[in-house]
Design a protein around this ligand. Structure first.
Ligand SMILES: Nc1ncnc2c1ncn2[C@@H]1O[C@H](COP(=O)(O)OP(=O)(O)OP(=O)(O)O)[C@@H](O)[C@H]1O
Ligand SMILES: [Mg+2]
Length: 237
């Protein structure tokens, strides 16, 4: 049984049909990437899994159970976390307060352990605990957003464009980090505009085109697929 199984999912915003019957799955331990152009429905997919949007039709099975009608506070308790697009940290709070906000579902002891683990991944955050989060650099804010998402010790971590707006060197760091987070036992669903890098660290990938999945396969195969290369990867690097 897959950890997450999305079946015939339809999601609309009024008359706009953003998802038109998509099917995909994420197995325990995998990194799976969704790629697709702007407006394809990637964020909609993640927000619906997180319970922030309601499907018009279809099912979202998590460990075999349909969670598509649960609210996000229940979904967080199942061990699903979303680091949303656009670095949503709390800018007026300190780094420490931001991390605490991510851990509201766990006990004090677990929070401490998770925080120590985050500091191993992001030593800079440990040095900046009392800094106001909005004054961190863009890359540091992104690290904080990912660290905050990790605080709840999720089983399934969904990252919506974690490299958005970062310098190339930091983008590499973020991808290395995603691999490390996966190696310590977190299953990852990733959405990325940096399709080549994302596919190269992914076990499998899906290509979403205006609300429909057009292609799927092993990450390394998709990264070589002529249609994917032409539409999403170009000739760079
Ligand atoms: N709140 C909303 N109201 C109306 N339409 C919306 C809303 N949110 C998204 N949409 C539309 O739904 C479609 C899918 O949007 P979505 O944000 O899921 O795309 P995306 O694949 O994440 O794109 P991007 O790569 O630009 O982040 C788009 O056509 C978008 O305009
Ligand atoms: Mg998006």
């Amino acid at each position: 049984m897959a950890l997450l199984e999305v079946k015939n999912l339809h999601v609309s915003y009024g008359s706009i049909n953003a998802l038109r019957g998509i099917n995909f799955e994420v197995n325990e331990g995998e990194i799976v990437t969704l790629i697709g152009a702007n407006g394809a429905g990637k964020s909609t997919t993640m927000n619906t899994i997180m319970g922030l949007l309601r499907p018009k039709m279809g099912e979202i099975l998590y460990q075999g159970e349909d969670i598509s009608h649960e609210d996000s506070s229940t979904i967080v308790k199942h061990g699903i976390t979303l680091a949303p697009e656009g670095r949503l940290i709390f800018p007026r709070m300190t780094v420490l307060e931001n991390l605490q906000m991510g851990a509201y579902t766990v006990s004090k002891e677990v929070m401490k352990e998770n925080m120590e683990e985050s500091f191993k991944l992001f030593p800079v955050l440990k040095e900046r605990l009392s800094q106001i989060a909005g004054t961190l650099s863009g890359g540091e804010q992104q690290m904080l957003a990912v660290a905050r998402a990790l605080m709840s010790k999720s089983k399934l971590l969904m990252l919506d464009e974690p490299s958005l707006g970062l310098a190339p060197l930091l983008i590499r760091e973020i991808f290395d980090l995603i691999k490390r987070i996966n190696q310590i036992g977190t299953t990852i669903l990733l959405v990325e505009q940096n399709a080549r890098m994302a596919l190269n660290i992914s076990d499998r990938g899906y290509v979403l085109e205006t609300g429909i999945i057009r292609l799927s396969g092993k990450g390394s195969d998709l990264a070589k697929d002529p249609k994917v290369v032409a539409a999403y990867l170009g000739n760079l690097d």
